[in-house]
Design a binder for this molecule. Structure first.
Ligand code: ADP
Ligand code: ZN
Length: 663
C-alpha cells in the first residue's frame, strides 16, 4: 500500500526543526503515532494520504510543515462556518493564519490576499468552491505555497456519506503545482474510500499513512431501546451532569422534541438541523463551542470539522445508517484524550424503519444493495455479544485485541446469550400461518400480540385468536419478544416489507423452521439498566462537569475549578471558546504539576511560548490565591427545573427522517 513517495525540492530543514516547532508553538512534548513520519515526509516535499481517526491529531500533520517549509500552507476545508474559530485558535498560538470565504467583505478579503502575497501568512484556509475560481488560482500562483492540505478528503468520494462535488476539481492542484506537496486527510477509513481518494485527487505517488483507528478513551455502549428520551435523560444525569455533548437523532422533528424534552428537564440543550435558518444554526454552533456544558441535539447535519476537544459524550437515540457514519460521529467525543462515552439506544423500530426506508427510497438497485450492506454491518455491531471495539476495528481492517478492550459494554458486562431456536420458530410459524392460512401480512406488534395471547381490537377484528399459534408465547415478556424479532431481523432470518413494515420470511428462515439451524440470541434485560430517570433526579445543582474533573484527587478539584472559572473569564473577554485559551487536559496537568514559576509552567503539555507569555502570570496568580485556603472557584448555579415525565413514545421513531445534508 505504500508508494515510494516522490521527494521534490528538498530544503535544508532537519527533523529537529519540526520538533522545535512542536515544543515552542504548540507546547507539546512529543509527536503522536505517525505524526512525526508524516511531518518529515511532507517537510521533505512528499505527497501523503493520511487516514487517522477523529481526534488522532491530523491538524499538526500539515500545520507544522506549513510553519517549517517556506511559503504558506493552503488548507482546503469544507466548513466555512468553522474557519474563523480555527484561525483564532492558531493566532492564539502566535501562528500567522488567515482564511478566505464568502462570509468576508471585500476589504477583509483584500487584507488577507495582501498578507498572502507579502509572504506574511503561515496558513491560509480556503473552501473548496474557492478553488474553482480563476481569481483564486491566479492569486495562489502569485504567492509562495508551502503545501496543500486537503482536509476531510473523503468528501471526494461519490459513494460516501459526505460527497461534495467541488472536491472533484481539486485534482487540478497537482497539475498546476506539481512541485508543491499535497496531503489528503480523512477520518473515514474503509478501503474503498481510501482508494477513491487516491484516485480522484490524482495522487498515485503519495505515501500512505494509516494510523490505528482505535480511540481507547471512548467507551462504547449500546443499550436496548425502551423509552429513548428517558433513557437518555438518565444517562446524562447519572454520568454527564454539566458536560458538553452531542445527541444525534434521525429526523428534524425528533431533534426538536428531544432538545425541548431535555431543556424541560433541566439540561441545557439546543437543536441543530438543516431545516433551521442559517442564523440560528450559527448561533447554536457558536454557543456549543463557547459554553462549557451545552448539549446539541442534531441530525447528521452537525459536527463535521467541529474540533471542540472536550465533548464528553456522543449519544445516538436512533440507529445510524452506517458504521462509517457512526464512527465519525462518536469520534467527536474526547479529542482531548480524557474519558468519554459513545452511547446508543437501539430497538426493533429502528430496524424496521431503516429496512423500510431502503426499500421504498428512490435509489436504484445498486444503491439499495449498498445501503443494506451498511445497515447489516451496523446491526451486527448492535447485536454482537463480543467486544464492540473489536468489531469496529475489524470493520476498518485492523486487528483487534483478542482478549477484548475492557472499555465497552460487552467487555465490562458480558451479555448472556440463550438458545432462542424455539422462540425463533414460534415467531416464524406465526408469520407463516398468517400468510398460508389467511393470506395476510402483519407488522411486529401484531405478531407479538398473537404470541402473547392478547385479545386486542386488531386481534379480534381479524380473528387471530383462532390461530393455533395464539398464546403460545406466554413464557416471554413483550419486550423480550420484540428483542427476538429485532435479532431475527438483524440476523437476516426475517425480512421487512412494504410501506407498512410487514414481516416476511427470508431464504434462511426455512432452516430454522426445519430445526436445521440453531438461533443463539442475546438476553434482553427486562428493565434496561439506564431507564427510570426519575429516581436519579437528586444531586443536581452545582453545574460542575463530572467527567472533566474525573480522576483528579478530591483536594485538587478547587484549583481545577478555579482555573476553569479564570479561563471562562478570559474566553469571554476575548470572545473565543474556552479551549482556545487552554484545554481541560492542560488545566488538569497544571493542577497536578502545581508549578511554582513561569518556567515550570512552561513544561506543562499544551503551554507553548505564546500562551506562557500571555497567561503565565495569570495562571500562577490563580494558583497562589488558592494556596492553603482550599477555596473553590465559584461555579455558576444551574436553575433547578422540575422533573416532568415526557410522554413515553416507545421505541418507534415518531417521524420519518428527512434528507439532511450537512451544511
Ligand atoms: P483530528 O483533526 O485528527 O481530529 P486534531 O488535530 O484536532 O485531531 O487533534 C486532536 C487533539 O489532540 C487536539 O486537541 C490536539 O491539540 C491534540 N494533539 C494532537 N497532536 C498532539 C501531540 N503530539 N501531543 C499532544 N496533543 C496533541
Ligand atoms: Zn470491548
Amino acid at each position: 500500500m505504500r508508494g515510494t513517495g516522490v521527494i521534490r525540492d528538498m530544503p535544508e530543514v532537519t527533523e529537529s526543526e519540526a520538533l522545535t516547532t512542536l515544543h515552542r508553538v504548540f507546547g507539546y512534548e512529543a509527536f503522536r503515532g505517525e505524526q512525526e513520519a508524516i511531518v518529515d515526509h511532507v517537510v521533505a516535499g512528499g505527497d501523503a494520504v493520511v487516514l487517522m481517526p477523529t481526534g488522532g491529531g491530523k491538524s499538526l500533520c500539515y500545520q507544522i510543515p506549513s510553519l517549517v517549509r517556506p511559503g504558506t500552507g493552503i488548507v482546503v476545508s469544507p466548513l466555512i462556518a468553522l474557519m474563523q474559530d480555527q484561525v483564532d485558535a492558531l493566532r492564539a498560538l502566535g501562528v500567522r493564519a488567515g482564511f478566505m470565504n464568502s462570509t468576508q467583505d471585500f476589504d477583509e478579503r483584500r487584507t488577507v490576499e495582501a498578507a498572502f502575497l507579502a509572504g506574511e501568512l503561515d496558513l491560509l484556509y480556503l473552501a473548496p468552491e474557492r478553488l474553482r475560481l480563476d481569481s483564486t488560482l491566479d492569486l495562489l500562483s502569485r504567492g509562495k505555497i508551502a503545501l496543500f492540505a486537503i482536509d476531510e478528503a473523503h468528501c471526494v468520494s461519490q459513494w460516501g456519506h459526505d460527497f461534495r462535488p467541488d472536491y472533484l476539481t481539486l485534482s487540478v492542484l497537482g497539475e498546476r503545482w506539481p512541485d508543491v506537496p499535497r496531503l489528503a486527510l480523512t477520518a473515514t477509513a474503509t478501503h474503498a474510500t481510501h482508494e477513491e481518494i487516491t484516485h480522484r485527487l490524482n495522487m498515485p505517488a503519495a505515501r500512505h499513512f494509516v494510523a490505528s483507528f482505535d480511540r481507547p478513551n471512548i467507551q462504547y455502549r449500546i443499550v436496548p431501546k425502551d423509552d429513548a428520551k428517558k433513557q437518555l435523560l438518565s444517562f446524562l444525569r447519572q454520568e454527564h451532569e454539566g458536560d458538553a455533548g452531542i445527541v444525534y437523532c434521525l429526523s428534524r422533528k425528533s431533534v426538536e422534541r428531544t432538545a425541548e424534552f431535555l431543556t424541560r428537564n433541566g439540561i441545557e440543550a439546543v437543536p441543530y438541523h438543516a431545516g433551521l435558518d442559517a442564523g440560528m444554526r450559527a448561533r447554536h454552533q457558536s454557543r456549543f463551542l463557547r459554553e462549557e456544558g451545552l448539549v446539541v441535539v442534531a441530525t447528521i447535519a452537525f459536527g463535521m470539522g467541529i474540533d471542540k476537544p472536550d465533548v464528553r459524550f456522543v449519544a445516538h437515540v436512533d440507529l445510524p445508517k452506517s458504521i462509517e457514519g457512526y464512527y465519525q460521529e462518536t469520534g467527536r467525543a474526547g479529542r482531548d484524550g480524557l474519558p468519554s462515552n459513545a452511547w446508543m439506544a437501539y430497538g426493533l423500530g429502528d430496524v424496521v424503519q431503516q429496512r423500510k426506508m431502503i426499500q421504498s427510497g428512490d435509489g436504484d438497485e445498486t444503491f439499495r444493495r449498498r445501503a443494506s450492506a451498511h445497515l447489516d454491518a451496523m446491526l451486527a455491531l448492535c447485536e454482537t455479544a463480543r467486544c464492540r471495539r473489536g468489531q469496529l476495528l475489524a470493520y476498518f481492517g485492523q486487528a483487534p485485541d483478542p482478549a477484548g478492550c475492557g472499555n465497552c459494554d460487552t467487555c465490562l458486562t458480558p451479555p448472556e446469550t440463550w438458545d432462542g431456536t424455539v422462540a425463533a420458530q414460534k415467531v416464524l410459524s406465526t408469520v407463516v400461518r398468517l400468510q398460508r392460512e389467511r393470506g395476510q401480512k402483519f407488522g411486529a406488534a401484531q405478531i407479538v400480540d398473537i404470541l402473547l395471547g392478547r385479545r386486542t381490537g386488531k386481534v379480534i377484528q381479524f380473528d387471530h385468536d383462532q390461530l393455533s399459534v395464539f398464546g403460545i408465547g406466554e413464557e416471554l415478556a413483550e419486550s423480550e419478544w420484540r428483542g427476538v424479532v429485532r435479532q431475527l431481523l438483524a440476523q437476516g432470518l426475517l425480512a421487512v416489507e412494504g410501506e407498512f413494515g410487514t414481516l416476511a420470511l427470508t431464504e434462511a428462515s426455512g432452516a430454522v423452521l426445519r430445526r436445521e439451524r440453531e438461533v443463539p440470541l442475546r438476553k434482553e434485560p427486562k428493565r434496561p439498566s439506564t431507564a427510570g430517570a426519575a429516581s436519579t433526579a437528586s444531586g443536581r445543582g452545582k453545574r460542575r462537569s463530572k467527567s472533566a474533573a474525573a480522576e483528579l484527587p478530591e483536594e485538587l478539584l478547587p484549583a481545577f475549578e478555579a482555573l476553569r472559572a479564570w479561563r471562562a473569564e478570559q474566553a469571554r473577554e476575548q470572545g473565543v471558546p474556552p479551549y482556545v485559551i487552554f484545554h481541560d487536559a492542560t488545566l488538569r496537568d497544571i493542577v497536578t504539576t502545581a508549578p511554582a514559576s513561569v518556567a515550570e509552567l512552561g513544561t506543562v503539555g499544551g503551554v507553548g511560548e505564546k500562551k506562557l507569555a500571555r497567561y503565565g502570570e495569570g495562571v500562577l496568580a490563580v494558583l497562589s490565591s488558592l494556596d492553603g485556603s482550599g477555596a473553590a472557584g465559584s461555579a455558576p448555579e444551574r436553575d433547578g427545573h422540575p422533573v416532568s415525565g415526557g410522554a413515553p413514545d416507545g421505541d418507534w421513531p415518531d417521524t420519518e427522517p428527512e434528507p439532511d445534508d450537512w451544511i
